[in-house]
Design a protein around this ligand. Structure first.
Ligand SMILES: [Zn+2]
Length: 167
């Protein structure tokens, strides 16, 4: 079994991601000094009547990273020097999103502004620590990243049911 499957933070991210309704579902945790100070999942912030394509195209969806940040800030937590953990899956197949790098250029400015120090992304053998400068640089290679581009870039074939999470 991949080592990360036993990691409580990973399991927590995936469990949080199951609350999303998107065609990619992510859960983010913000940790400071070993304590979870923020939690979020990606979700539409537009009226439910809006079509998903329109929601995505017009930016009326929040990513899990920003939702976790919002959660922390709403509870007056100090995010300076905190770390972000993000993991997710593709609900159509249940494939888990494993990646060596952080892929979201859109969230970088918010995370930088909040003083997030490192971003941790999941790989089968454990979390990969991406210091903010490296994460910001890597994420630019995913500018205008599409669903299929992300799907193609996923490492390995691991599925939700192998960690005992059901939708
Ligand atoms: Zn993002």
């Amino acid at each position: 079994m991949p080592k990360i499957f036993a990691d409580p933070l990973y399991r927590d991210c995936i469990q949080t991601a199951t609350r999303s309704k998107g065609n990619e579902r992510y859960g983010s945790l913000i940790l400071k000094e070993g304590r979870v100070i923020g939690r979020g999942f990606n979700r539409a912030i537009a009226p439910p009547a809006f079509r998903l394509e329109r929601v995505l195209k017009q930016g009326m969806a929040n990513h899990s990273e920003v939702e976790a940040l919002h959660d922390a800030l709403m509870h007056l937590e100090d995010t300076q020097g905190a770390d972000l953990y993000v993991a997710g899956f593709f609900p159509r197949t249940g494939q888990l999103f494993m990646h060596r790098t952080f892929t979201c250029v859109r969230c970088i400015p918010y995370l930088q502004e909040a003083g997030i120090e490192n971003i941790f992304v999941p790989m089968p053998d454990g979390w990969k620590k991406r210091p903010m400068v490296a994460a910001a640089r890597e994420a630019t290679t995913f500018t205008n990243g599409t669903h299929s581009k992300r799907l193609d870039s996923v490492v390995g074939e691991y599925y939700l049911d192998s960690i005992g999470v059901t939708l």
